[in-house]
Design a protein around this ligand. Structure first.
Ligand code: SF4
Ligand code: FES
Length: 225
């Protein structure tokens, strides 16, 4: 059985299981840390969105909370000038991948980008970067859900859930660098997906790229506050 430890986050003393990742300890205790790519239960979180930086006492550089196992006596601050700078840059980079048309998005008001912007006082618009123009057709071929790649921030949550939980073998990442995209097997489109288990992949999309067509089927993707 795992040992219980005490950590201090933003001055609040919290009991947690040794080895648990700091991101989940904070979120489950009402302390917000921006996050997009992590899912609870991942043995090796991808740490690709670079949003969950925190400052740990004794470490010079900020570290990602989704990869940081808690140890007894750990003292953490979720904000510092260095953390704020890193989060701001990572956020803008993600926004440059994401077509901003919130009023027409199925995830409007429940989007993780909107939540992070609100919590950290960040603007939902590009300042230094130009938008990555990706005029891709929406994959509307399935009855219940659709994929709009122009909103995809490549967080990898859907791909991870498909590989490790839903196991439908439907989606994966294709290509590299700027051309990287979520692809369906044989590029056949989501209409060819027979497994109802695939819904689990749709549920975890934090930004409305992979979404349920009907409003009543749209749930909470988890990880949010
Ligand atoms: S479709 Fe959604 S969950 Fe999948 S990689 Fe893109 S943003 Fe992430
Ligand atoms: S949640 Fe930690 S890097 Fe994305």
């Amino acid at each position: 059985m795992s040992r219980r430890v005490t950590v201090t986050i933003d001055g609040k003393k919290i009991q947690a299981l040794a080895g648990e990742k700091l991101l989940w300890v904070a979120l489950e205790n009402g302390i917000f840390i921006p996050n997009l790519c992590a899912l609870k239960g991942q043995e090796r979180p991808p740490a690709s969105c670079r949003l969950c930086f925190v400052q740990v006492k004794g470490k010079e550089e900020p570290v990602t909370a989704c990869t940081l196992p808690v140890v007894d006596g750990m003292e953490v601050k979720t904000r510092s000038p260095q953390v704020d700078r890193l989060v701001k840059s990572a956020f803008e980079l993600l926004l440059s991948h994401h077509r901003l048309q919130c009023s027409r998005c199925p995830k409007n008001k429940n989007c993780q980008l909107q939540i992070i912007a609100r919590e950290r006082g960040l603007k939902l618009k590009l300042n230094r970067l130009k938008p990555l123009s990706r005029e891709e057709e929406i994959d509307d071929s399935a009855e219940c859900y659709a994929l709009d790649r122009s909103r995809c921030v490549l967080c990898g949550r859907c791909v991870w859930v498909d590989r490790h939980a839903a196991k439908t073998g439907t989606i994966g990442f294709a290509q590299r660098g700027i051309a990287r995209r979520v692809a369906t097997f044989g590029d056949e489109g989501l209409g060819g997906v027979a497994s109802p288990e695939f819904q689990r992949c749709v549920e975890v999309c934090p930004v409305g790229a992979l979404y349920f067509k009907k409003k009543e089927e749209r749930g909470d993707p988890g990880n949010e506050k």
